[in-house]
Write a protein that binds this ligand. Sequence first.
Ligand SMILES: Nc1ncnc2c1ncn2[C@@H]1O[C@H](COP(=O)(O)OP(=O)(O)OP(=O)(O)O)[C@@H](O)[C@H]1O
Length: 366
Amino acid sequence: MFSKLFSSKSPSDEHSKTIRDFYQTYQSDIFPKGIAAVTELTKLSVKNSNIVLSITVPFPCLGELAIFAEQLLAKHEISVLIDAEVKMIKVKEHAIEGITNIIAISSGKGGVGKSTTAVNLAYALQEEGANVGILDADIYGPSIPKMLGLAGQRLSSIDGKKMQPLESGGLAAMSIGFLTDENDATIWRGPMASRAFGQLLNETAWSDLDYLIVDMPPGTGDIQLTLAQQVPVAAAIVITTPQDIALNDAVKGLAMFKEVKVPVLGIIENMSYHICDNCGEKSHLFGRDGGVKISTKFNCELLGQLPLDISICESADQGNSQVLENSTGEVALQYRRIATKIASGLFHQLDKRSPLTKEILIKTVD
Ligand SMILES: Nc1ncnc2c1ncn2[C@@H]1O[C@H](COP(=O)(O)OP(=O)(O)OP(=O)(O)O)[C@@H](O)[C@H]1O
């Protein structure tokens, strides 16, 4: 049987049928209408004695495709390698060159871990197969340069017109912190700050990004409102911690995006719980399930609950990230799971416009 399977360039009919049937029925929270509804199985082939399943996906989801392969092996004892091509779709029309979709990461108040989460999600989307950039809009306290290990670096331009983004671990990065000394930006007034931000967004030579992650300034004041209007954001994510005060501010964040008609894909509860290193006990230092409550009350998905974890803090302080350090570690997998939910949520938001969805032609018959 194996010689039959591996001597040719394509798997046996029996294996092909099993794989195709499995593909037709596979469903998960990332593929709520089934994987076959939004992806395209373009080829089944055999390469170096391995069955290769070539698939085109409309959003990055390599982790989920690995689960697909694991389940195929577990249920049918067929092992496949997956060759995925991510073909992204623009969710919101805009004229910024080199970027497909822009996602804003915001928080109702400072210090909840917005920038840390933005950096880890950017790396997580990259691990899932996307090309990602990050734009630090936190004009009053740009922390992205330090978190990416790029503090003190300056920008350059190749054509004398647009600035080249800096690069860290494969991420394209831009921040007001690359243009000013650390304390300068804090004295900027609103209009100056939003003008500077507009320049960073529009006058950077972004190249082939599937996602630009925008780390918004914390809060819901005028400057945040202006930025949310100024940027052609496809969707926003609100970061909160479980304390009442942070939750109240997160609700204001939801209201702000509603006002500027930017869809919120969900809430992430950061520093949600802590696992004791010694006894493994889970404790809820800042309260419990606040994110669950507001997500239910405001009908907004709770994308994930991240632990208060010293390794998250240490990585950020050292100009690194949990996902970059070990993309299969427990915390990194949580970020990757959230990143895939965001990618899937953004895509399914315009499901009806998906080019992979067959159009139904309705004709009137006399
Ligand atoms: N899940 C976490 N576990 C442990 N430490 C964390 C976690 N998330 C963030 N931190 C730490 O909390 C501090 C604040 O994080 P961060 O700068 O990301 O917050 P922020 O919301 O962006 O703040 P601001 O907008 O005011 O700059 C940092 O020292 C960061 O390393």
